[in-house]
Ligand binder design. Structure first.
Ligand SMILES: Nc1ncnc2c1ncn2[C@@H]1O[C@H](COP(=O)(O)OP(=O)(O)OP(=O)(O)O)[C@@H](O)[C@H]1O
Ligand SMILES: [Mg+2]
Length: 253
């Protein structure tokens, strides 16, 4: 059997050439990194959970008319996605102050924001993904004005969808990050949600207790990351109800 071609290996995922032109296989690794990869570990089962959770969020978004790259899950760790030209920005949407925003503006973590705030970081690991303004994005041609309008509306729709979904299972969506990519349909280009949507790229707090259920558990050494992600999956109905404290995630189809 021919070996498939590896396109890219990042910190959390490996990309392989897909079976059809214009498709990619995304393999979710168990590696966890934080603080621009200064902190690293292997968290057994994380890749399986993120593959399944990203499938769940992206399928939901596709269903409500927010276009994403997701095509289908292939197995426990892999999903087939539409290949796109990634816009070199991390798009961050914040509903409550946390992380770098709390630090930058001297706000207490958890302070509700007057409205969702959308921030852009330039995707460059060597520079530590610096915060940039639309002025930089336009001047350096990373995205056009039309792209920026589309990115803003996409990211706010993702925010509304995910906030509502999480609220329904007693979780506060504090903030999240997405990546968007360009795809071409004939002469037209459009933007779709790409990469992954998982507790690696969101802040999720239990509404009642404030317990963190996202990658901050790893960043701040707050306990078992797989327990936290399993709890999110369980509440969303992605995992069986009794699976709260299983060592290894057990998936249902
Ligand atoms: N549909 C897609 N088409 C093409 N590239 C994609 C698609 N979805 C995600 N990617 C890219 O695949 C890579 C996923 O790997 P991973 O998340 O491990 O990268 P990373 O270590 O975070 O690095 P970086 O995002 O800085 O490249 C990212 O570079 C992401 O931008
Ligand atoms: Mg990444």
């Amino acid at each position: 059997m021919a070996r498939r071609k590896k396109i890219y290996e990042g910190k959390a995922k490996i990309l392989y050439e897909g079976p059809e032109p214009g498709t990619i296989v995304q393999y979710f690794k168990d590696d966890a990194t934080a603080f621009n990869a200064e902190k690293k570990d292997v968290i057994e089962g994380k890749g399986v959970l993120n593959n399944r959770l990203s499938e769940f969020f992206m399928t939901g978004l596709n269903t409500v008319g927010v276009p994403t790259h997701f095509l289908k899950r292939l197995n426990m760790r892999e999903q087939l996605v539409r290949a796109c030209e990634i816009v070199p920005l991390e798009v961050i949407v914040r509903n409550f102050a946390a992380g770098s925003l709390a630090k930058r503006l001297g706000l207490e973590e958890g302070t509700p924001l007057p409205r969702p705030i959308v921030e852009y970081c330039y995707k460059d690991d060597k520079l530590g993904d610096p915060l940039v303004t639309e002025e930089h994005i336009a001047a350096f041609g990373w995205a056009s004005q039309q792209d920026m309008d589309d990115i803003l509306s996409l990211s706010l729709r993702v925010n509304d969808y995910l906030s509502g979904l999480m609220y329904g299972v007693g979780i506060r969506l504090v903030d999240f990050k997405i990546e968007v990519g360009r795809v071409y349909d004939g002469d037209y280009q459009r933007l779709i949600v790409a990469d992954e949507i998982s507790p690696d790229s969101m802040r999720l707090w239990d509404i009642e207790t404030g317990q963190k259920l996202d990658k901050d558990v790893f960043r701040r050494d707050l306990g078992s990351l797989t327990d936290a992600y399993t709890e999110v999956a369980r509440r969303l109905g992605v995992m069986p109800k009794q699976a709260t404290h299983v060592a290894k995630p057990k998936l249902i189809n």
